[in-house]
Design a protein around this ligand. Structure first.
Ligand SMILES: NC(=O)c1ccc[n+]([C@@H]2O[C@H](COP(=O)([O-])OP(=O)(O)OC[C@H]3O[C@@H](n4cnc5c(N)ncnc54)[C@H](O)[C@@H]3O)[C@@H](O)[C@H]2O)c1
Length: 238
């Protein structure tokens, strides 16, 4: 059975990824601080409690590798937004975004390559549309998600010789429980966002999960180092 590790696979976009990989026959290891919405998920799913902002500690990957003997796929999905312009960001707020969104992903990529040098594998990092373009009032987030794309490219070219690929997915505006609650209260804002998206609608968590699964699969065997926007065409023009 193939093994996938999904950080933050307990809710939001990560939960949809967990369900996708389970449906495709993977054994899925979810790394997060709490079980979240995993309770209702059926399948070969394992929870590992870990605070990823403690970015130097990649012991969860060692434990999963010891247990499974192989990790086919690592999805670095856990991340945290911050809606503030650069002049309002406090040092500890910046530090947390860099620790969780960048340094933990950096260390996980490094550890994965060390563990999988003989067996190969695939890494998918979740960046954002904010990794490809600036988003108003989100300086720390944009900085962190842009770094994820540079990291992805570096891992892609350095680890290719071990049969390891590394790609990024850049989600656009995706409807999750959190964004649904906000947008339902503000239909005018929702209409404005949808009006800016060429496909005319917000994305679904499943749209992101499909892209992640594709990049991790053998069907993407010759795809390496890309930052794939999954955004209904938002990024390419207005
Ligand atoms: N929702 C969107 O529209 C959107 C758009 C672009 C990018 N993204 C990115 O997609 C990823 C998932 O976002 P989401 O919308 O599902 O967010 P979410 O807040 O619903 O989920 C975040 C996940 O990260 C995990 N997490 C947060 N802090 C953690 C920590 N310290 N240790 C361990 N796990 C931690 C949580 O358990 C959760 O599973 C993030 O990297 C986010 O930046 C989301």
């Amino acid at each position: 059975m193939k093994v996938a590790v999904i950080t933050g696979g307990n809710k939001g976009l990560g939960l949809a990824q967990t369900k996708k990989f389970l449906a495709k026959g993977y054994s899925v290891h979810v790394v997060a601080r709490s079980e979240g919405e995993l309770a209702g998920v059926v399948g070969d799913v394992h929870f590992h409690g870990h605070d990823l902002s403690d970015w130097k500690d990649t012991s969860y990957l060692n434990a999963i590798h010891n247990q499974s003997g192989n990790i086919d796929v690592l999805v670095n999905n856990a991340g945290m937004h911050l809606k503030k312009p650069v002049w309002e960001v406090e040092p500890d707020e910046l530090e947390l975004r860099l620790d969780l969104n960048v340094k933990a992903v950096f260390r996980a990529c490094g550890r994965f390559v060390e563990l999988q040098k003989e067996q190969g594998g695939a890494i998918v990092n979740i960046s954002s549309m904010g990794g490809l373009m600036a988003l108003q009032g989100a300086a720390a987030y944009v900085t962190s998600k842009t770094a994820v794309i540079g990291l992805t490219r570096s891992v892609a070219i350095d680890a290719a010789k071990f049969g390891i690929r590394c790609n990024a997915v850049c989600p656009g505006f995706i409807i999750t429980d959190m964004t649904r609650a906000i947008l339902e209260k503000d239909p005018a804002r929702r209409a404005k966002i949808e009006g800016r998206i060429p496909s005319g609608k917000l994305g679904k968590p499943e749209d992101i999960a499909d892209a992640v699964h594709y990049l991790a699969s053998p069907e993407a065997a010759y795809v390496n180092g890309v930052a794939l926007p999954v955004d209904g065409g938002y990024i390419v023009g207005f």
